[in-house]
Design a protein. Structure first.
Length: 442
């Protein structure tokens, strides 16, 4: 059981089942404090007997909890049931971390505290918890447990495993002895409630004016690439922009693994690639390219590809050429490198195809954990113009959006219409951002 009682200001407190979680100030960082139900000697003995009965007869954990709680006081019954279900149905010491939707990632790379990134304070980067894994043997058991609960297995013959949990969180596990000195586990938890554009403004990822312009660009069916390195927040930004789209839009998202979450949008159609499950099983695969071709038959307003890696970019550009809006992410950190990737094998875009991309947005993760948009480029027939510089904060209104608005607002000055529309959307986003809860940096 995790111990609590650390001194320091508590920024937030909430329940995960019968456990209490606190984010507490700790030196120059935060501590993720887990306070689980207290176990006395009487409950410990009953818990051991219930566990033995489970091993011996396989009785349902709920029935065991009911049986052994009959003569206990209320708080003792809560504790017995909590630990019984935690061990037999849950994730043991990692149970709270697996259930807490406010966690972005958590990791254990050797015996010691579980470390995590919290959605209320991502700028603190990896913070420690008061939950400590004591030995290598305990860590081995926990890595196996999480992977087995997710439907997989990890063995000395297969010591490196990546698997999705039933709730689509991504687990990366390593078993010690073959490729590492210690077992390790890292769980990437995708938000059940995705980040809104207003939340990204509150976190300092972008200004309200830049957010308003990107929102308008995607709504006007511009063709957008969000570029950055691993963990920079590319998919989070893409998700937040798609969530802003009107309810009468049809949005088709195409991914290898489910990361984009638009469940509140009535026009969302998610498609997922089917990867080969074994060597020689290529005939069962359904690649992204096949899904892109299928998506066009659904008459989408916007097609979003979770991450562009290969020839699926060709199909995405084809969709752009016939009037669909497109958006994707790309693993790269500069405009030059982006263009080289897009024009080289396996993407192989021609100059006329490259000219169909309207905007390139570059996002980074700073050393302090903050995600920030650093540059935005607008493409004019293959000539890329920087319209936003994160260092200076200088932002130039996107000229191509004015051109698109001119078709709708005939007779009006498109530049003035664009200015007013971005101002209106920025005001809306600022008001929403003020309501977002974030823990300030120390």
């Amino acid at each position: 059981m995790a111990e609590s009682g650390e001194e320091g200001k508590v920024f937030t407190e909430y329940f995960i089942g019968d456990a209490v979680v606190r984010l507490r100030q700790h030196e120059n960082s935060l501590l993720y404090e887990v306070d689980e139900p207290k176990l006395n000697d009487r409950v410990k003995k009953l818990l051991e007997r219930a566990m033995e009965e489970y091993v011996r007869s396989g009785t349902e954990p709920e029935k065991l909890a009911e049986k052994y709680s009959k003569k206990l006081r209320e708080n003792e019954a809560i504790a017995l049931r909590y630990y019984l279900l935690r061990e037999l149905r849950g994730y043991s010491k990692l149970h709270v971390f697996m259930l807490d939707e406010s966690i972005e990632d958590f990791t254990v790379t050797q015996p010691g505290p579980v470390r995590l990134i919290h959605r209320l304070a991502p700028h603190y980067e990896w913070i420690e918890s008061n939950v400590v894994i004591e030995t290598d043997e305990e860590l081995d058991r926990l890595v196996r447990l999480v992977i087995e609960r997710s439907g997989g297995s990890i063995t000395p013959a297969n010591p490196v495993v990546e698997i999705l949990t039933p709730t689509y969180d991504r687990v990366a596990g390593v078993l010690r002895g073959e490729v590492s000195l210690h077992s390790s586990i890292t769980v990437r938890k995708f938000p059940r409630r995705p980040y809104s554009l207003a939340r990204l403004i509150r976190l300092g990822t972008l200004s309200s004016e830049v957010a308003a312009a990107l929102w308008l660009a995607v709504e006007l069916k511009a063709n957008v690439i969000i570029a950055g390195l691993t963990g920079s927040g590319k998919t989070t930004l893409l998700n937040s922009l798609l969530l802003q789209l009107p309810r009468n839009y049809k949005i088709v998202t195409i991914e290898e693994h489910p990361e984009i979450n638009l469940r509140d949008h009535p026009g969302w159609l998610p498609l997922y690639a089917r990867l080969p499950t074994a060597p020689g099983a290529k005939e069962t695969a359904i690649p992204l390219t096949q899904l892109l071709k299928a998506a066009l038959r659904h008459r989408p307003t916007i097609i979003a590809v979770g991450e562009a890696r290969a020839e699926e970019v060709q199909d995405m550009i084809t969709a752009a050429s016939v009037g669909h809006g497109t958006a994707t992410t790309l693993h790269t950190d500069s405009l030059d490198h982006m263009i080289k990737r897009l024009t080289s094998h396996p993407m192989n875009l021609r100059a006329d195809q490259l000219a169909l991309i309207d905007y390139a947005i570059f996002i980074v993760r700073r050393p302090d954990g903050r995600r920030q948009i650093t540059e935005i480029y607008e493409n004019h027939g293959g000539k890329w113009k920087r319209i936003y510089d994160g260092m200076s904060g200088k932002f130039e209104l996107p000229g191509k959006l004015a051109e698109k608005l001119a078709f709708t607002y005939k007779g009006l000055d498109p530049g003035e219409v664009l200015t007013l529309e971005i101002r209106r959307r920025a005001d809306v986003l600022r008001a929403q951002a003020r309501a977002e809860e974030v823990v300030a940096a120390a």
